[in-house]
Design a binder for this molecule. Sequence first.
Ligand code: TMP
Ligand code: MG
Length: 206
Amino acid sequence: MTRGSLIVFEGCDKSGKSTQCKKLVEYLNNHGNQAEQWRFPERSTEIGKVINDYIEKKCELHDRAVHLLFSANRWELVPLMKEKLESGVTLVVDRYAFSGVAFTSAKGLDFEWCKSCDRELPTPDKVFYLDIPIDEASTRGDFGGERYEVSSFQKTVQEKFQQLQDDSWEIIDARNTIENIHKLLCESTLKIIENNKENPLKMTLF
Ligand code: TMP
Ligand code: MG
């Protein structure tokens, strides 16, 4: 049995992550690879419901408390994540711990503290970062609806994302067309799946 890959998409709100995740999963499933689209926060769990209320500004929470909830929302899904990956399913994940660190540290909390609770999560095989100037993202869709969809805050988030980038990240110009980005992602992902299928999953995030 060969394992699936853990593919993570990061980027600011309205950078096109959800659109690309969906298209990539469809492509993989149509080309002989089992794949599922995941997202964090996963709003359907009990923890996720509290996060959802917070994001939709229906309740207030302490900044550290909500950070820990976002992290707990990932940890509660790790057993299922490992089971899927080990049974050969590639997971295409819309946001992960990098969003956790970028958004909370953008509020002024200590960067290393933000990283600490996600330490030793499954390590992504690739992070695709959809890069777009905030002034352009803010004109897309319903930017402005949820708690963090404020241009000035998103600019700080973007700086924090830059601090997290390393060699395992592929930076993609999100101003390109949906189809061009999709094509590039498909090619890249097929190689990642092939290159990692015999490698054990690492649990070494941060
Ligand atoms: P979404 O728009 O991808 O559903 O995410 C909702 C918001 O939650 C988005 O503004 C980013 C933020 N977020 C965090 O603050 N911490 C996290 O750990 C994650 C995954 C998302
Ligand atoms: Mg959003």
